[in-house]
Design a binder for this molecule. Structure first.
Ligand SMILES: NC(=O)N[C@H]1NC(=O)NC1=O
Ligand SMILES: [Zn+2]
Ligand SMILES: [Zn+2]
Length: 452
């Protein structure tokens, strides 16, 4: 007997969209295909909506412990749940202390207990001072590591620090031994600091964008690729904003470098031309790019050259968004809209097959991060789903946001679809009528080691 049968949906399977049924037993996907009503205790009619696998967001900053006024596990995970993301991996920075050793990871695990509406896991950080702690951190259950090549936006003691190229290579050698994946924020620090030194205050949108050019991204990507070739470390580039960087990564892939690349919805939805009007709410690093650059990035995405999409949800309190474009916090609050804005922009308006979007938001990140129960609608996987109604559209308001700080550059935007229901391991955790349902039931996902 099945616990639940989802019927009447357009199910986004790895092979394509099928009008079929999905059977769930003990939180897992147990059947895909026609199911007799008598075979399930409960029937859920998706009424012609798309049934997507729950999204996997590998790039959020929930800032807990230490900066819970910025976000936190409770509010952050509710935001994800409402948008159809059922798994996240949380970055090692913006919380205090940063996740740079086992003891700090332990504090995160404690802080996260019982507060999560979706399943979760953590990164460890690579910083200039923790080479001797990497092996221990690697063994303590982080899914991957993260480092910055450019400064990270805060000078507070205990906060994250960027590595130089020697530090990068040293870290890579150690992580390569452990088979670990290193995720890299790629912007060249010397190019940026030289350009920043010439900025005149108050710094406007155009001047800010010009201070972090595509060339700085490409240079850092090429330096990182060279270090990966030298050390054999598996790498992943976070939030890439330019086609030129994607092309350099594509060439390295062809050579056999073990590398993947992510981009974020904001690089496709928002542009440098709109930045002055959007204000510092849309300030991020690397910055939004001009429309001409954005069109090239869209071509890369549609062409399959970008492995996945992640939000880089990097929230803060409203006062930190008050300054000019140099002093305001760099980070966009956007993780509640991971699925709907990209479904609208990519599938509805640009003809991307829904199964390609499913790979970008769920399958590919789950595979690379070894989250084996997650990422696709297939037998044996966790029964995590997001129902997407492409016949609805809505205008995003502040009141709809579950973030601790209810701001986002997407507020006021009309989105041509809606996430109407979300399930985590077979249980409904969100509906459009009721909002978030029940108590936090998210679980910590244990990393299964390479070959283990
Ligand atoms: N510290 C931090 O969250 N930085 C992030 N924000 C952003 O826009 N890009 C980043 O790397
Ligand atoms: Zn970053
Ligand atoms: Zn980030």
């Amino acid at each position: 007997m099945l616990d639940l049968c989802i019927t009447g949906g357009r199910v986004v399977l790895p092979s394509g969209v099928e009008e079929t049924d999905v059977g769930i037993k003990a939180g897992k996907i147990a059947r895909i295909g026609p199911i007799d009503e008598k075979e399930a205790r409960c029937i859920m009619n998706a009424n012609g909506q798309y049934v997507f696998p729950g999204a996997v967001d590998t790039h959020v900053h929930f800032s807990e412990p230490g900066r819970t006024e910025w976000e936190g596990f409770f509010t952050g995970s509710r935001s994800l749940a409402a948008g159809g993301t059922t798994t996240y991996v949380e970055m090692p920075l913006n919380a205090l202390p940063a996740t740079t050793n086992r003891a700090n990871l332990q504090r995160k695990l404690e802080a996260a207990k019982g507060k999560n509406y979706v399943d979760y896991s953590f990164y460890g950080g690579l910083v200039p001072t923790n080479l001797h702690e990497l092996a221990d951190l690697s063994a303590s259950g982080v899914v991957a590591f993260k480092c910055f090549l450019s400064p990270c936006g805060s000078d507070i003691p205990g906060d994250f620090r960027n590595v130089d190229l020697n530090g990068l290579r040293a870290g890579m050698r150690l992580l390569a031994e452990k088979g670990q994946l290193l995720c890299v924020h790629a912007e060249d620090p010397s190019m940026i600091s030289q350009l920043e030194a010439k900025l005149l205050s108050p710094v406007g949108a155009d001047a800010y964008v010009a201070s972090r050019p595509v060339e700085a991204e490409v240079k850092a990507v090429c330096d990182t690729l060279a270090a990966a070739r030298e050390t054999g470390c598996r790498i992943h580039f976070v939030h890439i904003s330019s086609a030129a960087a994607i092309e350099a990564i594509e060439r390295a892939k062809e050579e056999g470098v073990d590398v993947t690349v992510e981009s974020c919805p904001h690089y496709f939805l928002l542009s440098a031309e709109e930045l002055a009007e959007l204000g510092p709410l849309a300030k991020c690093q690397p910055p939004l790019r001009p429309k001409q650059e954005q069109a090239k990035l869209w071509a890369c995405l549609l062409d399959g050259q970008i492995d996945w999409l992640a939000s880089d949800h990097s929230p803060c309190t409203p006062d930190l968004k008050d300054g000019d474009f140099l002093t305001a916090w760099g980070g966009i609050s956007g993780c509640q809209n991971n699925i709907d804005i990209m479904f609208d922009a990519a599938v509805k308006r640009r003809g991307m097959p829904p199964e390609q979007l499913a790979r970008l938001i769920a399958t590919n990140p789950a595979k690379r991060m070894n989250l084996r129960e997650k990422g696709e609608i297939a037998i044996g996987k966790d029964a995590d789903f997001a129902f997407v109604d492409d016949r609805q559209s809505y205008t995003l308001t502040k009141e709809q946001l579950y973030y601790k700080n209810k701001h986002s550059p997407y507020v006021g935007r009309t989105i041509g679809c809606k996430v109407t229901r979300v399930l985590l391991r077979g249980q409904t955790i969100y509906t459009e009528e009721k909002g978030i349902i029940g108590k936090p039931s998210g679980e910590l996902l244990h990393f299964i080691k390479q070959g283990g």
